[in-house]
Ligand binder design. Sequence first.
Ligand code: S3P
Length: 181
Amino acid sequence: MNDKYALDNLLIVIIGFMGSGKSVTGEIIARKLGIDFVDTDQEIERIEGMSVADIFTKKGEMAFREIESSLLASVCSRYPAVVSSGGGIILSSKNRELMEEKALVVWLKCSLDTCLQRCNGSNRPLLQGDNVLSAAESLYFERENLYSSVADLELDTTDMTPQSAAEIIAEKIMSEISCKA
Ligand code: S3P
């Protein structure tokens, strides 16, 4: 896609670490812009008929990643839409290439402490076990460059509500669209 800010084919993909606020923020942005919203984890759970945690346990992480990539490929051809992705979507080079080509990618940056506080009590499969902190730290620092490499826009949401983050992002996108109109 040449013009990522064209209203008719606007495809916004929200990326970021677990707990950065992707799902809630993405849904508010979609509402503000009056376009469809897709949450890849929720969609995977609907298609597979089980939770993400159960997919990891019963089918394994690799199977989850395959389902996630094929869903991304399918949602990337349905626009205008806002897509909130799972935190690991950027691990696959194929996913990164697809997003770079097709989508306006928005990275919700957020400190690891805040992400972990927000994930506390959730059953995210990658945040279980005795060494949650060191496992999360490794994932967080391994992924930072990958998020950065595909992001068209980034916003630090550490001290921000999803509502404020969504307002800032929607305004930025709408002003780019009207500048080009
Ligand atoms: C994952 C993040 C999760 C979910 C799965 C794997 C990851 O989504 O896709 O548990 O690898 O970071 P959220 O980022 O919405 O928690």
